[in-house]
Ligand binder design. Structure first.
Ligand SMILES: Nc1nc2c(ncn2[C@@H]2O[C@@H]3COP(=O)(O)O[C@H]4[C@@H](O)[C@H](n5cnc6c(=O)[nH]c(N)nc65)O[C@@H]4COP(=O)(O)O[C@H]3[C@H]2O)c(=O)[nH]1
Length: 733
């Protein structure tokens, strides 16, 4: 037996590879090749390996290396070449390679291989890191004795970088798999291969209870085949599906789950596995549902609120582009709700609203929307009524009648038997370019028309209504600006006695717009009353009038004039009105009797006790009162007697036809007679002709106002007029 592994008879080599023996060749170069110079068969096998193989003699000298090692040498230069050079000291050179490549465990390798060579151990193995040939490469060195009495060792070095990386990835994946999310892995057929502990915690199924089954074990039965079809379709096309799903736990409980399924694909893009991650969203879903409820539903009636209604309306308008059919929106307001709420309490009011909600729902079909906007306002949205406008209107009217009838029935509210009536405004809409708010406003406008028509009624919206509303809105906006930009003026219309001498004036407001145009008070005062703007406007008039009276105090021709201003109902009823007047009088040091307030009958009859109290307070401040437009209203002696009035003002409508209409003459005589009996002064307005004046005088009316004596004039012109005609209080005239 040869003691040198270089010997051609290097039989023990076969200990490591039978093929060597079969080939009969020895590693290491020419002596071991076949006679024709080709390498031996066994050596050819070693050369085919990716692993590096070296044969060492007992002293650690390299006897032979395979092709992989030769390639390594060629690629890695000096250190590799040296360590593997046949006849070199393997350990010395290999350790140099390890050091050069920043490898680790050099001493261990040295000792380990030495032990194998010395027969002190059967094998030695070490995985080491090295930055050659690439950074962070990993190798496994394995040394075994040649054996069977032969000295020396076979050293193999395998590149395990990939294997190590895979191991690492697997380790990470294993940790990642055990997250708080439930995980489930299936094969391409959807058969469950693996689940994690979180899955078990969520579903109640342990790994062995679901392995081999499909996720259908979790099916809640709440989703139809369409749902799963869409899921699979998404997985096939996008490789992913995520969404919410209802599943069933092992204990039978159905729960909502957030699920993400991802397809794992091979190089040919074929799905090999599916990985699902799932989380139980019972709690968060309950919270979101609650938020959704609060955001979109009215808590009292559980009906959709304004937000959801507008959303549905938007949707309905969108659908119109395809359907061409006509929809209806109804605005429903309860006529006497406020009174009921105030008298019977909010609990009873709430009960009424709940019962109204139920009745409305009962009047409608399933696809219709009944919403509560707040307070006693409900809205009904009916889609797809008809394609014919007449047909749609008829159907909407029928529904509205049904609602009217139903809401008119008595309500049992706790132990109260109550009645309530609705006013319903209906708008039909078929134009998808309209905005939801616009449609709602139209129905609201129509509802107001229903209220105006006496309540417990329904009205359809029409364009004329809309135009009026738009114009009024613009006017309101301009009025605010007018206040800011000081566009209001006071004009003065003289009031005279039978000699034509000035007794005083009526201050009449004028609105001079930026472009120089005038807007009539008859146009803007009613709107100002409705919107409340009459309050700042009225304050302005009061202030101006007092300032003017103050200025006249210093002018002998004007100092005795009495100035009348118009006071609107809203202004008169405001709490601080008396205070406002008091302060104005004090601010301008006005004596009693110079400021007269013109009130209309409608102010007086409404809540007469309060009116009398307010008038009395004002009277105590030295204010005079004239009852404007007298004769057009209630004119009852009964209340006239109780009011602290100073003057009745005969409405110009009676004056106008005095010359021709006998009955008007009779009315004027009656009024003057009444005034005398009540000890009141009487003045006629709208006097335009001498004939009118004469008839008035004949009927006992001795004070006049009208174009015959002077139109409403700006201050300077008015003062000139007074100076011309003289003041009634001036003894020189
Ligand atoms: N055809 C005719 N008309 C005559 C004649 N003499 C006076 N007039 C007009 O008759 C209206 C009399 O005022 P009013 O009945 O208080 O009716 C007033 C009053 O109700 C209201 N108004 C005017 N100024 C104020 C104000 O400062 N405050 C409030 N609250 N209302 C005001 O606006 C109404 C209309 O005011 P104006 O347009 O200024 O109209 C005034 C006046 O210009 C005449 O001989 N023939």
């Amino acid at each position: 037996m040869a003691d040198n592994p270089c010997d051609p008879d290097f039989g023990p080599y076969a200990h490591n590879c039978d093929l060597l023996q079969a080939g009969g060749a020895l590693p290491g170069g020419a002596p071991h090749d076949q006679p024709d110079g080709r390498p031996g068969f066994a050596w050819a096998v070693l050369d085919a390996l990716d692993e590096r193989v070296a044969v060492l003699d007992s002293s650690g000298m390299v006897v032979a290396i395979n092709a992989a090692w030769r390639r390594h040498v060629a690629a890695d230069g000096a250190a590799g070449a040296a360590c593997a050079a046949v006849g070199s000291d393997f350990l010395v050179q290999f350790l140099a390679e390890l050091d050069g490549g920043a490898g680790a465990g050099a001493q261990g390798v040295h000792d380990g291989v030495r032990d194998v060579l010395a027969g002190r151990r059967d094998s030695y193995s070490l995985a080491y890191r090295c930055d050659l040939p690439r950074p962070d490469s990993w190798f496994r060195l394995h040394a075994v004795p040649v054996g069977q009495g032969w000295p020396g060792a076979i050293v193999t070095v395998a590149d395990i970088t990939d294997a190590r990386r895979n191991e690492e990835a697997l380790r990470i994946a294993t940790i990642a798999f055990e997250t708080t999310e439930g995980m489930l892995v299936t094969n391409a057929d959807g058969v469950i291969l693996r689940v994690n502990q979180a899955f078990t915690a969520i579903t109640g199924y342990a790994q062995d209870e679901v392995t081999g089954k499909t996720p259908a074990v979790l099916s809640s039965g709440r989703h139809g085949p369409e749902f799963y079809k869409t899921m699979w379709q998404s997985l096939r096309v996008r490789g992913r599906w995520d969404g919410e799903i209802w599943n069933r736990r092992k204990n039978g409980e159905v729960y909502p789950e957030r699920l993400t399924v991802t397809a794992v694909r091979d190089a040919d893009q074929l799905a090999t596995h599916y990985v699902a991650s799932l989380s139980d969203i019972t709690l968060s879903k309950a919270a979101t549902d609650e938020i959704k409820n609060l955001a979109f539903y009215d808590p009292l009636t559980r009906l959709p609120n304004r937000r959801l209604l507008l959303e549905r309306l938007k949707q309905a308008l969108h659908v119109l582009s395809r359907s061409h059919s006509i929809n209806a929106l109804m605005f429903i307001d309860l006529d006497n709700f406020k009174t009921l709420n105030d008298t019977l309490g909010h609990n009873v009011g709430d009960m009424l609203l709940q019962q109204v909600a139920e009745r409305l729902q009962a009047c409608l079909r399933e696809g219709d929307t009944v919403a509560r906007l707040g307070g006693d306002e409900f809205v009904v949205l009916i889609e797809g009524l008809d394609i014919d406008p007449m047909g749609a209107a008829t159907k909407a009217e029928m529904v509205a009648h049904k609602i009217l009838a139903s809401l008119n029935l008595p309500y049992q509210l706790a132990h109260h038997n109550c009645r309530s009536t609705p006013s319903i405004g209906i708008t039909l809409f078929a134009d998808q370019r309209q905005m939801p708010d616009e449609v709602l406003v139209q129905a609201d406008i129509a509802m107001y028309q229903a209220k105006k028509a006496g309540r417990n009624a329904m009205r359809f919206f029409d364009q004329q209504m809309q135009d009026n509303i738009t114009a009024r809105a613009q006017l309101e906006e301009q009025m605010c600006l007018a206040l800011e930009q000081d566009q209001f003026r006071l004009y003065y219309q003289v009031q005279v006695d039978r000699q034509g001498r000035a007794l005083g004036a009526e201050a009449l407001i004028r609105w001079e717009q930026a472009d120089g145009g005038f807007v009539s008070p008859a146009q803007f005062i009613p709107l100002a009353e409705e919107t409340g703007l009459i309050l700042p406007i009225g304050d302005w008039v009061l202030e101006q009038a007092c300032a003017q009276l103050h200025a006249w105090r210093r002018d002998p021709a004007m100092c005795e004039l009495v100035l009348a201003i118009n006071v609107s109902a809203r202004q008169f009823r405001q709490h601080q009105f008396v205070e406002h007047v008091r302060h104005a009088l004090q601010r301008y040091h006005l004596p009693p009797g110079v400021l007269k307030l013109e009130l209309t009958e409608s102010i007086l009859v409404d809540n007469i006790e309060e009116t009398i109290a307010t008038m009395k307070e004002l009277k105590a401040l030295g204010i005079k009162f004239s009852l404007d437009d007298f004769g057009t209203g209630y004119s009852s002696l009964q209340y006239l007697k109780r009011l602290p009035l100073d003057q009745l003002k005969i409405d110009q409508s009676f004056v106008r036809d005095l010359a021709t209409d006998g009955s008007d003459q009779a009315i004027v005589s009656t009024i003057t007679g009444m005034a005398t009996s009540l000890n009141l002064d009487v003045i006629a307005e709208g006097v335009e002709t001498q004939v009118q004046r004469q008839r008035l005088e004949a009927a006992g009316c001795l004070h006049y106002q009208g174009y015959l004596f002077g139109r409403p004039l700006p201050l300077a012109e008015f003062e000139q007029l007074v100076r011309r005609c003289g003041s009634a209080a001036d003894p020189s005239t």
